[in-house]
Design a protein around this ligand. Structure first.
Ligand code: BG6
Length: 490
């Protein structure tokens, strides 16, 4: 891997502490960092190199997947870390940063390959990118990359505006938009399972699949993020990005020799084939909800509007369920149901593929008791793939009963890399397969925009649901209209 200087904006922040340092450390322990690697942390706080390193060490002890108790090893890791005080709006600070980076590159004999990781609020993306450009930090001698996190815009116009501004300093192939769901091991396996297995490939069409259910349920509420969440809601926080990415990854058909470009091209095609919803018709396929007081896993909790920092008359969505249709030859007629929400019964991210029952449909002799075949992808917190088949229970007068076959795609590993490790590793290698391309982001906002407008204008009801449930009853009714139900709600 090429020598790299990792320039981290927001080095004193929470994401860096919880995710970025532990991910880098795990890569280091696994021998997956470049031989010549140097990190410059940036923040407003008056830290020194020493206090910075002490903070990083602390974060490793608290959050790293790999043990961080070998002092010698940890020291070797943090030796590559420098800290620089930087005010995002001050041009002179970028000159100071440039000098520091050049010194480091010279000392290490490394070319100016710089990865700028923006672990800061979205309002800072544009000024930072512009200052990187103006200061000469994005040197033409080596490569430069920009890694940013969601939210990428607030709606379609703001996303387009942001993209235009970033594109003045970075080309599309230099921008790595993180969607941490794309880093999850099971999501990364999704495309390849179908790509490498003719049996799955053959089934992956509307001929055999009845519907696909994508769920990202959470037990947590709004936590300390009231100020952010109350302006965002489930639709922007989870649906526009993570869940539409899951839809693309579930629906994708990949040729055997897929390159990063091909994957992104195919994802774009899926988004283009999504049947758009009109603002006036959002209610026919979208359910929005907000949690009321209830009990989550045995603990009583308050309703959303009683949470600290939330307006008592807030109409924000904490739950969304939707039916989406992909108008292409593979998926025409197969509903994709998507739902996500806060304060639900359990934390669970999963995709359930429900198969048709062709023999039953053809013969009209009902196979009493047989349940549909399912392929279940558990994405988190547990990971696994299970195939549900039917067998005859000979002890009970030959009734059908479902059996579950677990498919071990992770090769028995129980200590698998976390999303951020996979993504940072890929960004260091310059592999953009599991990052969101602008086309996908734009098309996602395009699909979501009528929902945002309908929510804003209150064109559809805001249903309430008890904390600790599986969301409003209307979410069940959405599937019942088509003769289905959400699997595994208990
Ligand atoms: C984040 C959202 O992007 O994803 C959070 O902002 C949400 O609101 C989180 O809790 C869920 O991620 P995960 O990996 O725990 O499913």
């Amino acid at each position: 891997m090429e020598p790299t200087t990792f320039v981290l904006f927001g080095a004193t922040g929470d994401l860096a502490k919880r995710k970025i340092y532990p991910a880098l450390y795990n890569l280091f322990v696994d021998g997956k960092l470049p031989q010549s690697f140097s990190l410059v942390g940036l923040g407003r706080r008056e830290w020194t190199d020493e206090s910075f390193r002490a903070n990083v060490e602390q974060s490793l002890r608290q959050f790293s997947r790999r043990e961080a108790n070998d002092a010698e090893l940890v020291k070797r890791f943090v030796d590559a870390f420098r800290y620089c005080v930087l005010d995002i709006g001050r041009k002179e600070d970028y000159q100071k940063l440039l000098r520091l980076i050049e010194q480091r590159e010279e000392a290490l004999g490394a070319p100016p390959n710089r990865m700028f990781y923006l672990s800061v609020g979205p309002e800072f993306f544009e000024p930072i990118a512009a200052n990187i450009q103006d200061s000469g930090l994005g040197s033409a001698q080596g490569w430069k990359r920009l890694v940013i996190e969601k939210p990428f815009g607030h709606d379609l116009p703001s996303a387009r505006d942001l993209n235009l501004k970033l594109s003045k300093a970075f080309d599309e192939q230099e921008i790595f938009r993180i969607d941490h769901y794309l880093g999850k091991p099971m999501v990364q396996k999704l495309g390849s399972l179908q790509q490498a297995n003719p049996v799955i490939q053959a089934l992956w069409t509307n001929r055999y699949i009845a519907n696909v259910q994508i769920t990202a349920n959470e037990t947590v509420g709004v936590e300390e993020r009231a100020g952010y969440y109350d302006h965002i809601g489930a639709v922007r926080d989870m649906f526009q990005n993570h869940l539409l990415q899951l839809l693309m990854m579930a629906a994708i058909h990949l040729p055997h020799d897929s390159t990063s470009e091909k994957v992104r091209f195919k994802k774009k095609k899926i988004m283009e084939a999504l049947e758009p919803v009109q603002k006036q018709e959002v209610g026919a396929s979208v359910i929005r909800g907000q949690y009321e007081a209830g009990t989550v896993q045995g603990k009583p909790v308050v309703g959303y509007t009683s949470e600290p920092g939330i307006a008592p008359d807030s109409m924000n969505d904490t739950f969304i369920a939707a039916r989406l249709l992909i108008e292409d030859s593979y998926w025409r007629g197969v509903p994709f149901y998507i739902r996500t929400g806060k304060r639900l019964a359990e934390k669970s991210t999963r995709i359930v593929v429900e198969f048709k029952e062709p023999i039953k449909a053809a013969s009209e002799t009902s196979e009493e008791g047989a349940t549909p075949n399912l392929l279940i992808f558990e994405i988190g917190p547990n990971e696994g793939i299970t195939l549900q088949l039917n067998t005859k229970d000979l002890e009970h007068e030959g009734e059908f009963k479902p059996v579950h076959i677990d498919i071990d795609l992770l090769g028995g590993q129980d200590n698998v890399p976390e999303a951020y490790e996979n993504l940072i590793f890929d960004a260091l290698r310059g592999d953009s397969t599991f990052f969101a391309h602008w086309d996908e982001v734009e098309l996602s906002w395009q699909w979501v925009q009528p929902l945002l407008d309908a929510f804003e204008e209150n064109l559809i009801p805001l249903h309430s649901y008890a904390a600790g449930s599986y969301g409003p009853a209307e979410s069940d009714a959405l599937l019942a209209q088509d003769g289905y139900h959400w699997w595994f709600d208990v």
